[in-house]
Design a protein around this ligand. Structure first.
Ligand SMILES: C[S@@+](CC[C@H](N)C(=O)[O-])C[C@H]1O[C@@H](n2cnc3c(N)ncnc32)[C@H](O)[C@@H]1O
Length: 409
């Protein structure tokens, strides 16, 4: 059966739900050399999606991809993922778009005669498999049943993203599938969902900061330098049919486990009790609400007030002001500076530089709101800031999130 495995060129990109058009236009603008795509539902195949490291001078290598290949890259970005070794021994990279939830970095196609044969093939290659299906849903579910069960419950914040690699497979028809044991995300199908609180948060934006903090812990865990991804997750829940979770060494209930093998708990990296946070563009208060739940003291700035419960909270100071005209030196040192302000990315970039140059903050998390055509050179400027990472979050809309880890006080 192994003899039937056909190695495919390029990479398959699974778009975030309802973001396929963004992914396609991003690839056309950033990676025109990928050529024309082939579509399998939300899975977009670019046979030309490979670039050598040499041709991409500022290439950054995915921790996930590099780990899977045994390469120690020491980089926090997943812009470029190690995926192959060329005939001459030079590594070949896959450039992964922001709107991609996970990528099949070493795609292969195989014919299988039965459900059992498909499951056995996957198991022989690797323990952990996420699934994305656009057809053959019943057959895929039966294959999945033959793989060890994984809890796919929604996650309670905070939780820790796994460091174990996870593959992805997709059925093309009843007897063929594409799969890759190497992917750009250690989340099943690159996604997860939180257990939601429909009563207490003042806005649904609280989900966005929760995810940003979980991702921050994934990228900058342990020493905050981004050199070690140090997180673990127990499973996932995904609205899309056929998306299933697998976990290396997972427990039967597996869900929301914070303790991992040699990993650091996410809740030791995210904001802690007593830390000082600046929440720019805070109204109605979803982000401040999360920070208060973590025990932080928050300076919230907006032109409009927060929800009453937060306005009456003695650990929340509120200022009616333009957040961008406040000077760091006048506000004092912050452990965390956040911005969810709706503004042009250029303005946000200048504001970010002002804070970094001031030395008055340690960590920053900002939403980059996409307005009209995306200025990819500006997005790159955010990504190029040392100890930074730009990501699209599951809970982002038409926006990216910039994460920056500074040195300890
Ligand atoms: C997307 S909302 C923020 C939602 C908030 N993060 C939450 O969790 O509820 C954007 C906010 O930015 C505020 N805003 C826009 N420009 C601003 C500025 N220059 N300074 C401060 N706030 C601003 C708006 O008033 C709006 O409340």
């Amino acid at each position: 059966m192994r003899d039937c495995i056909e190695k495919l060129p390029g990479a398959f990109f699974l778009s975030f739900p309802e973001k396929k058009d963004f992914l396609i236009s991003e690839v056309a603008e950033r990676f025109p050399h990928f050529g024309n795509p082939v579509f399998y539902g939300d899975l977009v195949y670019y046979p030309g999606a490979k670039a050598s490291f040499a041709s991409v001078p500022n290439a950054e290598v995915s921790t996930v991809g590099a780990k899977a290949a045994g390469v120690s890259c020491g980089c926090a970005s997943s812009t470029i993922c190690e995926g192959d070794v060329a005939a001459d021994g030079e590594p070949v990279a896959v450039e992964v778009p922001y709107w991609c939830a996970t990528a099949m970095l070493e795609p292969k196609k195989v014919e299988f005669a039965s459900i059992g044969e498909a499951a056995r093939l996957l198991k022989e290659i690797q323990r952990n498999w996420g699934s994305y299906q656009f057809t053959q849903f019943r057959r895929a579910a039966l294959i999945q049943e033959k793989l060890p069960y994984i809890n796919t419950k929604e996650k309670q914040f905070p939780f820790t993203i796994p460091s174990s690699p996870i593959g992805l497979y997709t059925l093309l028809d009843s007897n063929h599938m594409v799969f890759s044991e190497k992917t750009s995300s250690s989340l099943p199908a690159g996604l997860f969902r939180f257990v939601e609180d429909h009563v207490n948060p003042p806005s649904r934006a609280y989900l966005k900061i929760q995810e940003a903090l979980v991702r921050f812990a994934e990228f900058f865990g342990r020493d905050g330098s981004g050199t070690e991804s140090s997180a673990k997750i127990g499973g996932t829940a995904d609205a899309r049919a056929g998306v299933v979770a697998r976990e290396a060494g997972g427990t039967a209930d597996g869900c929301n486990s914070l303790a991992g093998r040699g990993t650091e708990r996410a809740d030791s990296v995210i904001p802690k009790e007593g830390e000082r946070c600046f929440d720019a563009g805070a109204c109605p208060g979803g982000w401040t609400w999360v920070l208060r739940k973590l025990g932080c003291n928050v300076l919230a700035v907006d032109r409009a007030p927060l929800a009453d419960s937060l306005m009456n909270d003695p650990c929340v100071s509120f200022m009616t002001h333009d957040a961008f005209t406040l000077k760091p030196q006048d506000l004092g040192f912050f452990d965390w500076v956040f911005s969810d302000v709706i503004c042009y990315p250029e303005r946000l970039y200048d504001w970010v530089l002002m804070w970094l140059e001031s030395g008055m903050c340690r960590n920053m998390i900002c939403t980059i709101k996409m307005q009209g055509a995306t200025d990819w050179s500006l997005v790159k400027k955010f990504a190029d800031i040392p100890n930074s990472k730009v990501v699209h979050l599951c809970y982002n809309k038409h926006e990216l999130t910039w994460l920056h880890s500074g040195v300890a006080k």
